[in-house]
Write a protein of this length. Sequence first.
Lengths: 290, 296
Amino acid sequence: MKSDVRPRGLTPRTRRGVTRWLLVLLLAVLSLPFVFPTWWMATSSLKPMSEILRRVPTVWPQDPSLDAYGRVFTLQPFAQQYWNSLYIAVLVTLGTMLVAAMAGYAFARIRFPGANALFVLVLVGLLVPSEVTIVPLFRIVNTLGLIDTHWPLIVIPVLGAPAVLAVFIMRQFFLGLPVELEEAGRIDGLGRWGVFWRIAVPLSRSALGAVAIFTFLKSWNLYLEPVVYLSSKKNFTLPQALTQYVDAYGGPMWNVQLAATTLTVLPVLVVFLLAQKQFVQGLAHSGLKG
Amino acid sequence: MAAASAAARRDRLVGYTMVAPVVLGSLAFVVLPLGMVVWYSLHEWNVLANTFTFVGAENYQRMAADPGLADALTATLWFSVGLVVVNIALALLLAVLLDQKLPGTTTFRTFFFSPVVVSLVAWTIVWSFLLQADGGINGFLGALGIEGPNWLRHPTTALVAVVIVQVFKNVGLNMILFLAALQGVPEELHEAARLDGAGAWRRFRSITLPLISPTILLVSIITIVGSLEVFAQIDVLTGGGPGSSTTVLVYYLYQQAFRFNEFGYASALAVLLFLIVLVLTLLQWQSRKRWVFHEV
């Protein structure tokens, strides 16, 4: 059946229109479990405990208050914990970008004996989930006297297994970069470092951006390592701190916990909405690891 | 000639300098710990009792006879299978829907992707709140006249809950990968099939599915590997319970090491986890090779 011999009556077109709107409706229903939790988190953080425990939930807070937000900061050194997460994530991101750009460039561009063997050695990191090496790493950190400090949360991600994916992505990028672009710099008398800093790095902004996004999020969300390495509340990072809002009987103080959670989530969501394309591309990279 | 080789030597030196941080880091924080974990696994090591004795393969024999590990592997299997099936099916459905150029597609894509950037612990806390016996989900079920279960207190529903929370967190990532694959399917093939009278479902089954099947395989393996590394979700949502119903392998490992201080046995479990991930990752690389070949 050819489409141009089909009768041009209204019915098929209308039917197609109806199908399309039904599909849109389906999409709207499917988005509920993705969007509703965030909404519920933000609104519940404005409710007093009595309203949270009510049998029939209220979709909109009836008596909104910021009390829970105040208690977030009095029950724990939350500002300090926020700062911990932030400065650790920034340092890890900058460190990873530097280390990965250098290694990725060298593995892609510079010929030196043993390059392939060293690259394979580095790739081993992709095969190792952090849970596998957590016991020996804990021993190493303990031996160095760095338990309950931020050092292991900064140094190990920048140099260890988490950085390998970044190295891999940067190497792929530099492999695809035309050599001619660098040759111009060489003719202008730039050495290897000059070419790297002045030409290769500026050209690799998109790949570095992807690395920055997934590295920052990974550090910001890290949970197992802080739980294992840190013991005092003033040193905690956010994911770990969020789980600590419990009352004297170990029951969660939902509104306070959700207020702290909202403070953790909203900035990232806002940045995501502003730079959506970069986030999606950057994280799709990390999803395809290996 | 001499100048050229001097330049080459300098170049080499730059190369070694540039890769030094990550190479030394890999040696210190990947290769050395891997060796240590194998070494530890051959020892009976209790940190509290301060014992460290060589026991050979005893930890591995213990693994074979450990009912706790059998439970953990069963939970891991159910969790991984459930996760991969639901995740792939939903990711594919969302990708196909988003590929229809419907109004609002960009907004919906944002919605589906947004949990990916939300902190895992934060996402899990919110869901834990929603899944309480008197929480939001049961409240709304109640409004519809349905009595919801106490999700996190029954073995089956707890496992289901962990799967669901994880699926909604990460399905957006797989959706994007599928969307890219769908957009790589040549429009002419669809056009030709449409002219031959093939309906939408038939076209999906006979054209789209075979063409994107390498991506499906790849994404499935990535999802399985990811499903083996679910520590935070379990710790926050169920703590491995009720009973040991959601104690998956990584959580069992963590408990043995940091709750019971059985570092030797935990290391043997880590070796097991490493071998499973190794096999799956090699499979993934294999399938990717085929995938790239397919693309060319």
